[in-house]
Design a protein around this ligand. Structure first.
Ligand code: SF4
Length: 448
């Protein structure tokens, strides 16, 4: 049973040293009890106490990793019910379903879609994360061959889906190093699948027709030593999916109910045959707690909005998205190319760089660290003013790249022109457009 903050506090070293990044042991104990800190953050806890507190300090929702290396996908590990309380940490995997009964042409097309529909957005690569390979043929060899093909043709992590333990065993023989998720243990096969998951050090999905059935299975499977579980509550309608996802999340976080303290898998692909409706169901699953979302196909018009929704919901609301301070080269600039300066708010940078790119005019875009704030906000907070821009320009090394001394500032901070010229003797400060959309026309007037 979960311990209270005070009970945990009694077992802590009480040095109040703050090394755990929390000022006092009591505050740390409270964070531990709320699942918002990890016991390993305190270097002074004895091994004996670590064992005692292991279950009390374990995250309320277990983190499960599927795949290895660059394709490793992490799900679970959430500590809050609502994003604004802190942040959601591990975005769900949009997962493509491929069945071994589909013809070769369809399979090839689906595999190509995973590689094709990938998007670079504010410095992040947005894409489908997993491929669920489903055995429907009753033929273990066919299933294994498909798993092998998927593994060879994409970098996505794998979910192996079959009701037949022998087919799963055969597929695991060729891809166990890739640490796929095994789907799924049910009340008939859970013992053999638990054995398979343990033998191959893989995570295991647990299917129950009801939440009670899921609870019973996760309790038994954990007793057998498999802890990396993913829950399928059997919901195959939107309303029940939403209800189950909320119940699971609330039970895990608010009641610390360990049998439901795992990430979940949902199947919009089995809830409708209409692709648009499937995307709508997936969008609900992204907002309400799913860890893995299985889709029947990948198409740009449905995948892209889902990826954006996922990115937005899983962005830390307390930290603006930012790019690294530095000089960015766009369209292969040379020593005569214009120099633009802006802030490191990711959206600002990508809008400015996107417009410069569209203009096809080579330019240097200088990005000053303004703690991820946009131009006007940073100026108002004294983080993008003459006294911050001038030192940045001087130490940036731009003079090794350009032989002129003319710098373009955003139109929104035209008021700093005089001050910036004083801080940067010998430089011409030019006021650029207010809106990035006008940058191409502005740059066309640039004379080296
Ligand atoms: Fe207390 Fe340990 Fe945190 Fe120090 S590091 S304040 S001893 S919990």
């Amino acid at each position: 049973m979960a311990l209270s903050g005070i009970e945990i506090y009694k077992k802590l070293p009480k040095k109040n040293c703050g090394e755990c990044k929390v000022p006092t042991c009591l505050a740390f104990a409270m964070s531990l009890a709320a699942g918002k800190a990890e016991l390993s953050a305190c270097p002074y806890v004895s091994e004996e106490v670590k064992t005692e507190l292991a279950s009390a300090s374990a995250p309320p929702i277990c983190t499960v990793i599927i795949g290895t290396g660059d394709s490793a996908f992490k799900t679970g590990g959430e500590t809050v019910l609502f994003r604004h309380e802190k942040t959601f940490v591990n975005p769900p995997a949009l997962t493509l379903l491929i069945k071994d009964t589909e013809n070769n042409e369809v399979i090839e097309k689906k595999l190509a879609s995973v590689n094709k529909f990938q998007y670079d957005r504010v410095g992040l690569l947005l894409k489908a994360d997993l491929i669920a390979v489903k055995e429907e043929s009753g033929n273990a060899e066919k299933f294994t061959a498909l798993a092998k093909k998927v593994k060879e043709k994409t970098k996505a992590g794998l979910v192996l889906m079959s009701n037949n333990p022998k087919a799963l065993e055969a597929a695991l023989a060729v891809c166990k190093e890739d640490k796929p998720l095994i789907y799924s243990a049910n009340k008939e096969n859970w013992e053999i699948l638990t054995f398979l998951a343990k033998e191959n050090s893989c995570s295991l999905a647990v299917f129950g027709k009801t939440l009670d059935e899921v609870i019973d299975l996760t309790t038994r499977i954990q007793e057998k030593g498999v802890k990396d579980l993913v829950l399928d509550s059997g919901a195959r309608t939107l309303s029940r999916m939403l209800q189950d996802q909320v119940i699971i999340r609330r039970a895990a976080l608010l009641k610390k109910f360990r049998p439901l303290g795992f990430p979940t898998i949902v199947f919009p692909c089995q809830m409708t045959t209409d692709p648009m409706e499937e995307a709508v169901i997936a969008s609900v699953a992204i907002a309400k707690y799913a860890g893995i979302i299985v889709l029947s196909e990948i198409k740009g018009e449905t995948l892209f909005p889902l990826l954006l929704e996922k990115m937005n919901i899983y962005t830390d609301p307390q930290r603006p998205m930012a790019v690294k301070e530095g000089i960015y080269e766009i369209n292969k600039p040379d020593e005569n190319s214009p120099i633009l300066v802006t802030t490191n708010f990711a959206l600002t940078y990508f809008m400015v760089s996107g417009e410069v790119e569209t203009s096809r005019i080579p330019a240097w875009v200088m990005v000053q660290d303004a703690e991820g704030l946009s131009v006007l906000t940073a100026w108002a907070a004294d983080k993008f003013v003459a006294q911050t821009i001038a030192p940045f320009i001087k130490k940036s090394g731009i003079m090794d790249k350009a032989k002129h001394k003319r710098i373009i500032i955003p139109g929104y901070v035209s008021q700093i022109l005089g001050e910036l010229e004083e801080e940067l003797p010998g430089w011409d400060v030019i006021v650029g457009p207010r809106e990035s959309v006008h940058i191409p026309a502005f740059l066309k007037m640039w004379k080296p």
